[in-house]
Design a protein around this ligand. Structure first.
Ligand SMILES: [Zn+2]
Length: 51
């Protein structure tokens, strides 16, 4: 799931959740942390969670 603020899911020591995302603009897949996720390749914010 992609909801932010839930306590379940993968967490790092800092408590930030990591999710797998794919960019809708360029198609790159990447891991994003937190709620402010952008594509590392094209900087698009048009991304979707795929995990
Ligand atoms: Zn992109």
């Amino acid at each position: 799931m992609c909801s932010v603020g839930d306590s379940f899911g993968v967490e790092l020591e800092g408590g930030m959740e990591v999710h797998e995302y794919v960019c809708n603009n360029c198609g790159k897949s990447f891991k994003g942390i937190g709620s402010n996720v952008g594509c590392p390749k094209c900087r698009s914010k048009d991304v979707k969670c795929i995990d």
